[in-house]
Design a protein around this ligand. Structure first.
Ligand SMILES: C[S@@+](CC[C@H](N)C(=O)[O-])C[C@H]1O[C@@H](n2cnc3c(N)ncnc32)[C@H](O)[C@@H]1O
Length: 470
C-alpha cells in the first residue's frame, strides 16, 4: 500500500473552489462551520504520517512450550493432565504426534515469523523419556524452528528419573536449565503424599545435573503438604538453603477434588493437610528465610539467587509475549488470541494424525480483556508499572481499575505510588486472589455460574468460541 498523506490538508485542493480546505480542528473538535468533505478519504487508523519509522522488520519474541504428559506414577496431590506409563512405545507414539503438530503449524507459517528466545519442556515428567528419545525429540524441534537465538531452555524432571545419561543428553542438546520437583526434603512427608523418591535421590539428581554442566537449577517445593509441621518445614527450608539452587519455586498446596489426596482425606485414610492459616505461616516463613539469605522474589512463588537467574520463559509469557504450546492440554497465546489444545491424549493424537488442529477452545481478547490480562499477569510478577500500562493502553491503570485497586488497597493487598501498583507482603500470599479481582465482569459471571452448577452459558460460549476459531 502506498504511503497515505490524505490527512494532511495542505496537500489537497478543494475540487470546486480550488482552495485548500481549512485544517481539521483536531484539538477543538468539529463544529458546523468546520465541516468539509474535501479533507480526503479515511481508510484506516492511525494515519500513516503519524507512525514512527521502522528501522528493521522485527519478529515478535516468542517462547515454545512442549508438554510431555507422562509420569512413572501419580502423586496423590497432582491435578495435572498426566497419564502413568512405563511403555516407551506409548511415549514414542505421543512424540510422533507432537512432531506432526509442529510440522503442521510450521507449514502454516505460524511459527517461523517468531523470534524464538525460550524453550520449555514440561509435564508430566519429560525425563521419563529415554536418553535417545530426549535427544531425538529436541533435534526435531531444532529442525523445525530457528533456535539460534534461544537464551534459556528448561526441562522439568524428577529425582528418580534424572539419570547421568539423560542429564548428559539434555546438556548436549542445548538445555540450559533443569527444574526438579523435590516437593519436600523429608522422606516421611514425601511418602505421606505418595511421592516415591527419597531425599538421597533428590541430592543425587541435583549432583547429576551439576555434573552434566547444568548451572541453572530450579527446585520445586510444596508448602503445606499432608503431614507438614513447622519443624519439618524449617528443616526443608534449611536444606534448600544449603543446596542453594539458582531458582526456587514454592507452591502453596492446593487439594483439588479430582486428586487421590482429596479422596483419602475425605475417607480419613490420611490426616488433613495444614489449615489455611498454618499454610500461610509456612509460606511466610519460607519467603522470609529466602529473602534473609540473599534471594530476590520475582513472582509470588519464585525466588532467585541472582537477578540473572530470573525465569525468562515465564516472565516473557507473563509479559504477554507470544507463546506457542505443543501437546495435549497446552495453551498458546499468539496475536492476542489464547487457545488451548484438547486435553485427552488419545483425542489429541487422533486429531493431529488426521491433519486436524488439536485446538479445542480459544478466544481473541478485546481491548478490555487485554487490560485485565495485563494486570493479572503483571501482578504475577509483583507489580503493574503505571507508565508501562499507559504505554500499552493509553490510560492510567488507576483510571481503568480504580475501584478494584482501592478495594485491594484497603485490604492491605496492594500499595499505589507514582510509579507502580504493587503487591504488599500480604498481597504476595494472596496474589492469585488479587489477580482474580481484575477478571472481566463477564468472566466472573461465567465462573460464578459454573461454580453454582449452571454451566449453560459457559458451554454455549465454549461452542461459540470454537465456531469463531474454525
Ligand atoms: C507440572 S508439575 C510436574 C513436575 C514433575 N513432574 C514432578 O513430578 O516433579 C510442576 C509442579 O507443580 C507443583 N504441584 C503439583 N501439584 C500441586 C498441588 N496440588 N499443589 C501445589 N503444587 C502442586 C509441584 O511442585 C510440581 O513440581
Amino acid at each position: 500500500m502506498e504511503k497515505d498523506n490524505s490527512e494532511q490538508p495542505s496537500q489537497i485542493l478543494d475540487s470546486h473552489s480550488n482552495a485548500v480546505p481549512s485544517p481539521f480542528p483536531w484539538l477543538e473538535g468539529i463544529g458546523d462551520d468546520s465541516l468539509s468533505t474535501s479533507r480526503g478519504f479515511v481508510f484506516q487508523f492511525p494515519p500513516f504520517p503519524t507512525l514512527p519509522q521502522v528501522k528493521e522488520l522485527t519478529r515478535p519474541t516468542a517462547g515454545l512450550y512442549f508438554h510431555i504428559p507422562f509420569c512413572a506414577y501419580k502423586c496423590s496431590f497432582c491435578y495435572y493432565a498426566t497419564s502413568v506409563t512405563h511403555d516407551s512405545r506409548t511415549v514414542q507414539r505421543y512424540l510422533d504426534a507432537l512432531s506432526m503438530e509442529m510440522g503442521s503449524r510450521t507449514a502454516q507459517n505460524r511459527a517461523e515469523r517468531h523470534d524464538i528466545r525460550t524453550m520449555y519442556i514440561g509435564g508430566g515428567t519429560p525425563t521419563i523419556l529415554e536418553p535417545e528419545q530426549l535427544s531425538g525429540f529436541i533435534l526435531g524441534i531444532r529442525e523445525r524452528f530457528d533456535c539460534g537465538r534461544v537464551e534459556e531452555f528448561t526441562v522439568e524432571s524428577t529425582p528418580n528419573t534424572l539419570t547421568p545419561e539423560k542429564a548428559a543428553a539434555l546438556r548436549a542438546s542445548g538445555v540450559t536449565r533443569v527444574s526438579i520437583g523435590v516437593q519436600s526434603f523429608s522422606d516421611k512427608i514425601n511418602a505421606l503424599n505418595d511421592r516415591h523418591h527419597t531425599v538421597a535421590e533428590a541430592f543425587q539428581a541435583i549432583k547429576t545435573a551439576r555434573q552434566a554442566g547444568i548451572d541453572n537449577l530450579n527446585l520445586d517445593l510444596i508448602c503445606g503438604l499432608i503431614g507438614e509441621t513447622q519443624n519439618s518445614w524449617k528443616e526443608t527450608i534449611q536444606t534448600l538453603l544449603n543446596v542453594a539452587p539458582e531458582h526456587v519455586t514454592i507452591y502453596l498446596f492446593s487439594m483439588r477434588p479430582q486428586t487421590s489426596a482429596f479422596k483419602k482425606v475425605k475417607e480419613s485414610k490420611v490426616q488433613r493437610p495444614p489449615s489455611e492459616a498454618e499454610r500461610v505461616a509456612l509460606y511466610t516463613y519460607a519467603r522470609q528465610k529466602l529473602l534473609e539469605n540473599g534471594y530476590t522474589q520475582t513472582t509470588p512463588n519464585c525466588f532467585v539467587r541472582e537477578p540473572r537467574f530470573e525465569h525468562i520463559h515465564q516472565s516473557n509469557a507473563w509479559s504477554s509475549l507470544p507463546l506457542l504450546g505443543f501437546g495435549n492440554s497446552v495453551y498458546s497465546f499468539v496475536d492476542n488470541t489464547v487457545t488451548q489444545n484438547v486435553s485427552d491424549i488419545s483425542t489429541y493424537k487422533e486429531l493431529v494424525s488426521n491433519g486436524s488442529s488439536p485446538v479445542e477452545i480459544g478466544h481473541k481478547l478485546n481491548a478490555r480483556e487485554l487490560m485485565s490480562r495485563y494486570c493479572v499477569l503483571r501482578f504475577k510478577q509483583l507489580r503493574v508499572v503505571r507508565e508501562d500500562f499507559r504505554k500499552s493502553f493509553g490510560y492510567d491503570v488507576t483510571e481503568v481499575f480504580g475501584h478494584e485497586i482501592e478495594r485491594l488497597e484497603k485490604l492491605n493487598l496492594l500499595t499505589v505510588d507514582e510509579t507502580a501498583v504493587s503487591l504488599t507482603t500480604k498481597g504476595t500470599v494472596y496474589a492469585d486472589d488479587v489477580c482474580r479481582t481484575f477478571y472481566t465482569p463477564n468472566v466472573r459471571q461465567r465462573l460464578a455460574e459454573m461454580e453454582q452448577g449452571q454451566p449453560t452459558s459457559h458451554i454455549k460460549a465454549k461452542s461459540a468460541l470454537r465456531l469463531s476459531l474454525a
